[in-house]
Design a protein. Structure first.
Length: 195
């Protein structure tokens, strides 16, 4: 399926908008929660009870659904990257549908963090000769290192929020500024990658 120039622009905008909705909602929920603690909490704790559950879960579900359209823009550059991205944002949306404490929460949350890293690694390897490809690899490495440090006990506390947020911010930065059709990189918008 070939997209028109207008459809490609819309698909590019959906990635940025979905990222803004999801990350903005999560960030706002951390501010509004009377019990959230960066060292002691997981981000998913925000989706369990008022006053932040609706904001947190809806921002992930809506952001994931909207962001899925960006896979169409990515597909022009790499089918593998587009597929990894689609799994990542679908999983992100499902984290909002299956809050912490439900049976499917852990599998969809794990899928989100693994597939967001896979997305950036696949893109970074495919474009390793470019500055943005190298930055994609650096962001994926930062995400992996944040989890490795957490697992080794090098952390602010027992909570998962810090490595989770590092991954979410890295992924949003990749979507908005580093991916092949990144909305903040108009020069790359319509040129297909050689992948």
């Amino acid at each position: 399926m070939r997209l028109s120039a207008r459809s490609r622009r819309v698909a590019r905008a959906l990635g940025a908008f979905g990222s803004l909705v999801a990350l903005g909602g999560v960030t706002l929920a951390t501010v509004l929660s009377p019990t959230f603690s960066w060292p002691a909490s997981a981000l998913s704790d925000l989706g369990v009870r008022p006053p932040t559950a609706l904001l947190f879960n809806a921002s992930l579900a809506i952001g994931g659904a909207v962001a899925l359209g960006y896979a169409l823009a990515l597909r022009r550059h790499s089918g593998v990257v587009a597929a990894c991205y689609a799994v990542a944002v679908a999983s992100m949306g499902l984290v909002g549908v299956f809050p912490a404490g439900t049976a499917l929460h852990f599998p969809v949350a794990a899928s989100f963090f693994v597939s967001l890293t896979a997305t950036m690694v696949a893109d970074g390897l495919a474009r390793r000769g470019t500055r943005t490809g190298k930055l994609a690899l650096a962001l994926s490495a930062a995400h992996v290192v944040s989890w490795a440090l957490w697992l080794r006990g090098v952390r602010f506390g027992p909570g998962l929020a810090v490595p989770e947020y590092v991954g979410a911010v890295a992924f949003a930065a990749w979507v908005v500024a580093l991916s092949p059709p990144a909305p903040l990189s108009p020069a790359n918008a319509d040129a297909p990658s050689q992948v």
